[in-house]
Write a protein that binds this ligand. Structure first.
Ligand SMILES: Cc1cc2nc3c(=O)[nH]c(=O)nc-3n(C[C@H](O)[C@H](O)[C@H](O)COP(=O)(O)O)c2cc1C
Length: 217
């Protein structure tokens, strides 16, 4: 066994203490349970609980995944924002099927969401864009996300130029910036247990209502 393998095998996971997951008391709707779990994560000062992995599929059927920020959640679904002129943007345009994954290690909780993504309109996307920091807006205004970068100086120069532009014209909005919403078909809540008797609760949207079932861990 090499040293990195030894190190990895010695690392603890799901050490606990971890919270209880009382499946008897779960709501009928996974969005309500998601908000309960997110609230619990915030109360327990979990770092960046709004960071989530978005998985998409490219034109060759190859899955692709990256971390994004959750912007909102409501009765319609989970919201995130990005450039439509990026790898994920092109992938979502061709195939709206996607998944979101949250993992909050300090409380041993994972949430997996599968569904379809739609891009929202100009007004919602513009509002999201204008709420971002000047640096984030400037980076988006460059508009080259996911394209090959020859020299990092090229990016720094372009960023400076866009910051200057935003200082003069603060209402500038990237035409590609899009607020997306994932509408879920399936949501799984996973509560880890130090003794490995984990709990998995699956919600599936079937015939116009949410159905709950347990899964073997
Ligand atoms: C914590 C964290 C938050 C991020 N939030 C966003 C985000 O909200 N929107 C976004 O477009 N990229 C975000 N990124 C960058 C993406 O992970 C990714 O690098 C970028 O969107 C390009 O992805 P693509 O080439 O698959 O389109 C974030 C990365 C991290 C690590």
């Amino acid at each position: 066994m090499n040293s990195i393998q030894k190190t990895l095998r010695s690392l603890p996971s799901l050490e606990g203490p971890l919270p209880e997951f009382n499946i008897e008391k779960t709501p009928n709707n996974p969005i309500d349970l998601f908000v309960d779990w997110l609230t619990f994560a915030l109360e327990n000062e979990i770092k960046e609980p709004h960071a989530m992995t978005l998985s998409t599929v490219d034109s060759e059927g190859q899955p692709d995944a990256r971390v994004l920020i959750l912007k909102n959640v409501d009765d319609h679904g989970w919201y995130f924002a990005s450039s439509s002129n990026s790898q994920k943007g092109w992938q979502l345009e061709q195939n709206s099927k996607a998944a979101l994954t949250f993992y909050w290690s300090q409380i041993g909780r994972q949430i997996r969401i599968k569904g379809n993504v739609m891009g929202l309109g100009k007004t919602e996307s513009r509002q999201d864009f204008l709420h971002r920091s000047i640096g984030a807006r400037a980076a988006s205004l460059i508009g080259n996300q996911s394209k090959p970068l020859k020299d990092s100086d090229d990016f720094n120069l372009a960023l400076k130029k866009q910051i200057k532009r935003l200082n003069l014209e603060p209402d500038q909005v990237s035409p590609y910036w899009t607020l997306y919403r994932l509408e879920a078909m399936q949501v799984e809540f996973w509560q880890g247990h130090p003794e490995r008797n984990h709990t998995r609760l699956l919600y599936r949207f079937h015939q116009n209502s949410w159905q709950k079932s347990l899964l073997w861990p």
